[in-house]
Design a protein around this ligand. Structure first.
Ligand SMILES: Nc1nc2c(c(=O)[nH]1)N[C@H]1C(S)=C(S)[C@@H](COP(=O)(O)OP(=O)(O)OC[C@H]3O[C@@H](n4cnc5c(=O)[nH]c(N)nc54)[C@H](O)[C@@H]3O)O[C@H]1N2
Ligand SMILES: Nc1nc2c(c(=O)[nH]1)N[C@H]1C(S)=C(S)[C@@H](COP(=O)(O)OP(=O)(O)OC[C@H]3O[C@@H](n4cnc5c(=O)[nH]c(N)nc54)[C@H](O)[C@@H]3O)O[C@H]1N2
Ligand code: SF4
Ligand SMILES: [Mo]
Length: 728
């Protein structure tokens, strides 16, 4: 390989904003990270996670050798690559031979680069020949993806550049706390308000994001569909709908109107806990009626507006329906399919967008194609050099896949996820993983899931390798290698290639640039068409506005804005989806009287596998907590920092009380970043949205009690964090 440059421009290892960063490798000093001013999305800003990301490269933190457990009661011990690969190939073929190919499953991640995600899908379908592959994106993006497909025929997180936010008159931001989850993105919302725009935020908590809003609606968790129907009701009742737009660009309005008629503001207040006056105010503000916005009308349809959703509204048992209910509001107000208008889902993981386009999803082939579509199968099979009828059909969505481990799924390969911490009803999932005959995990660190494995492959991460990702705007980016990986560490691509050879399929591509060009070919003609892209082209264009898919030819400029002329449906019209808006929640009862919702804090990322290993982040957020209202704290007789036991029908967790009047008194909030006694997912339900397979992470009925005697358990969780720090 050519020598690596002293300064490498690349992108962050964490979230979907994919901030541009410069890694400075000066001899004799540790690698230094700085914002990359020339990259337009973050223009030099990094959040605390990005700014401390080089700690992930520390050999004291990351895995540096394969690990092998020779039999179930043995410990994980260092092993050579050949030992680990041979052992894995033997176990996978024995289990496949004994119980059928679909006894083996694969679980991927939305943080994996395109090259890795695509290869994982191909490995499952071509080498293992199993239908059972799914990934943690099911926990993340699936409800919004399903809703976008229903409404627009295409799912691309934001169908416009993030910078458009700054020029939009009214934004309805639903279930997103981007001030904490994508801090550099906040500048676009600040600019929007400085430009005279209005921001409406919907969140049961008054978050740092909600603090920015002109209007903050604070609903009972899990009631978003009814709230959205209430807004639509007001738009209709007050003649604020855009009839010309509805007639010219949409279908299905009459059916959606019928459901909305049942949701007058006072009924919404009773169900959602949002005052009727606020429901009316929000609808009026969104329609552009409130002072300020109407005189900015520059087009035949009036003011511009966007509806943006994130996990708060999506991670629900009716997630897809709730998102469609919000999309209906955008369509009725005529705010879609023209500049500075539309619906967008704020994608989460580093490659959360791209990871769902090229075949890690149970029902999908590269290019966002359906695995059940005969033409798609023919095309992809031809690129893969296999007969189309050898490709398996659809597999099971993530929650089902994990639940069937230890029954008909006997072996599992995990890459890029830590479900022991992040999956719903995590204790149950852990028991399923333990019941497997064989578990192999590819990871950068010894995550809680890797710790259960029979084989752990230490893989290269972000700055140690070259790869591509697609950020939340559908912008395809090249992440460049900045440093050499530790000697005994290999790429996921090498692991898959070496296993493929041992399983009788030599020739599996392992060079990222070659994998990408095969992916580009496999995606040609699909919805997410990358066939005009290559590593070379992405390298050359990385300073500019970037290349957004679809990009079907090498001279195509990419597609920053979609749907301006027509939506992606066969007739080009957007669809109102007439969803039922009754809440689908676990209703509180005498035994479990409160509502739990879950989410994130700024300084920790996801299952914490990475960020709990970074000193400065642990100092900022040292351990699990439960946010609760002072009235509730008084009822429970707990003070700030006291241990609280939270119990649901699934299990219980102990966390420190963080008392705050920023949350509804009937609701408590826990971040899900910690393992052990404070694990929020010990409480969550396996119930999924029937449309998308998304788990209902954001609503559970719980009871709370002071747990003074159990302060020790909170201490244990903190001690775990302290151990990590001591190891560094
Ligand atoms: N610091 C940090 N940043 C991250 C991540 C991280 O782990 N840490 N993860 C990345 C990933 S993968 C993702 S998916 C994104 C997620 O980004 P967000 O969606 O912004 O994050 P969450 O905290 O999960 O949820 C957002 C908000 O939803 C609210 N909420 C809860 N229940 C409801 C409800 O019923 N209705 C509504 N309207 N709101 C509700 C919560 O109070 C919370 O403030 O963040 C990305 N960025
Ligand atoms: N209660 C609750 N639970 C939730 C959520 C919630 O809001 N509430 N949110 C859900 C959401 S949106 C998400 S996205 C999931 C995320 O939850 P997880 O899927 O557990 O996500 P991470 O913690 O990011 O795990 C990624 C793992 O991959 C490893 N890794 C990093 N780079 C690579 C690589 O290149 N190759 C390989 N093989 N491994 C790599 C990391 O070290 C880490 O162990 O959690 C979900 N769980
Ligand atoms: S906002 Fe996301 S991409 Fe940007 S520095 Fe923070 S974690 Fe990284
Ligand atoms: Mo996510």
């Amino acid at each position: 390989m050519d020598a690596l440059p002293a300064v490498t421009r690349t992108h962050c290892p964490y979230c979907a904003l994919q901030c541009g960063m410069e890694l400075h490798a000066e001899t004799g000093t540790p690698l230094r990270v700085a914002g990359w001013n020339g990259f337009g999305v973050n223009r030099g800003a990094l959040c605390q996670k990005g700014a401390t990301s080089t700690e992930l490269l520390n050999p004291a933190v990351r895995l540096t050798t394969p690990l092998l457990r020779s039999h179930r009661s043995a410990e994980l011990e260092p092993a050579t690559w050949d030992e680990a690969l041979d052992f894995t190939a033997d176990r996978l073929s024995a289990i496949g031979a004994g119980h059928g190919r679909d006894a083996v499953g694969v679980f991927g991640g939305g943080g994996l680069t395109h090259e890795k995600a695509y290869s994982l899908g191909k490995f499952a379908r071509v080498v293992l020949q199993t239908p059972h592959i799914d990934y943690n994106g099911r926990f993340c993006m699936s409800a919004a993806a399903a809703a976008s497909q229903r409404a627009f025929g295409v799912d691309r997180g934001l169908p416009f550049p993030l910078a458009d936010v700054a020029h939009t008159d009214v934004i309805l931001l639903v279930g997103s706390n981007l001030a904490d989850t994508m801090p550099p993105a906040l500048r676009y919302f600040t600019a929007q308000r400085e430009n005279g725009g209005r921001l409406i935020v919907v969140d049961p908590r008054r978050t740092r994001t909600a603090e920015q809003a002109d209007l903050h609606l604070q609903p009972v968790p899990g009631t978003d569909a009814a709230l959205a129907a209430g807004l639509l009701h007001v738009l209709i009742a007050e003649h604020l709908i855009d009839e010309a737009f509805i007639a010219a660009r949409t279908t299905g309005f009459q059916e959606a109107r019928a459901e909305a008629q049942r949701w007058w503001p006072e009924r919404v207040e009773a169900v959602c806990g949002v005052p009727a006056g606020e429901v009316r105010a929000a609808a009026r503000m969104f329609a552009g009626v409130s002072a300020g916005a109407e005189d900015k009308a520059e087009n035949p349809y009036g003011t511009s507006g966007m509806v943006l959703t994130a996990r708060g509204t999506e991670q629900q048992a009716d997630g897809a329906d709730a998102v469609n209910a919000w999309i209906n509001v955008a369509l009725a107000a005529g705010k879609a399919g023209r500049p500075y208008c539309g619906y967008g889902a704020i994608t989460g993981q580093g490659n959360g967008q791209g990871g769902r386009e090229h075949g890690q999803k149970a029902d999908q082939l590269p290019g966002y194609r359906k695995i059940t579509d005969p033409a798609a199968r023919e095309h992809v099979a031809a690129v893969w050099g296999v007969p189309a009828d050898s490709l398996p059909g659809p597999g099971r969505p993530a929650v089902e896949l994990l639940a069937s481990c230890g029954t008909d799924i006997r072996a599992l390969l995990v890459a890029g996820s830590n479900p022991v911490v992040s999956a719903p009803d995590a204790e149950f999932v852990t028991s399923r993983l333990r019941a497997l005959e064989f578990l192999a995990v590819c990871d950068v660190v010894l995550s809680e899931t890797a710790a259960l494995a029979d084989v752990v492959f230490p893989v290269t991460q972000w700055a140690e390798e070259t790869g591509t990702v697609t950020n939340l705007e559908g912008r395809v980016l090249l992440r460049r290698q900045a440093v050499a990986p530790p000697e005994a560490v290999r790429s996921d691509l090498d692991v898959l290639g070496a296993l493929a050879s041992r399983l009788g399929r030599p020739g599996f591509l392992t060079s990222p640039a070659e994998v990408f060009s095969e992916l580009a070919q496999a995606s040609a003609g699909g919805v997410a068409d990358y066939s005009g892209l290559s590593h070379e082209r992405l390298d050359a264009t990385s300073e500019g506005p970037g290349l957004h898919w679809p990009c079907p030819t090498p001279d195509h400029p990419g597609t920053p804005r979609m749907f301006l002329d027509a939506f992606g449906t066969p007739d080009g019209l957007a669809r109102f989806v007439a969803v039922a808006c009754e809440p689908a929640i676990e209703e509180p009862c005498a035994e479990y009287p409160y509502r739990l919702t879950t989410g994130r804090v700024l300084a920790q990322y996801q299952s914490g596998a990475q960020t709990r290993r970074v000193r400065a982040l642990n100092a900022a957020e040292p351990g699990p907590f439960v946010q609760l209202h002072p009235d509730l704290a008084a009822v429970l007789a707990v003070a700030e920092g006291d241990a609280v036991r939270v119990t649901s029908r699934r299990g219980s967790a102990v966390a420190a009380a963080r008392i705050s009047d920023l949350i509804r008194p009937d609701t408590v909030f826990m971040p899900f970043h910690w393992a052990g006694a404070g694990r929020a997912n010990s409480l969550t339900r396996r119930t999924t949205d029937p449309v998308s397979g998304m788990p209902a992470f954001k609503t559970a009925a719980v009871r709370l009690e002071a747990a003074l005697v159990e302060t020790a358990q909170v201490e244990t969780a903190r001690a775990e964090t302290a151990r990590v720090e001591a190891a560094q």
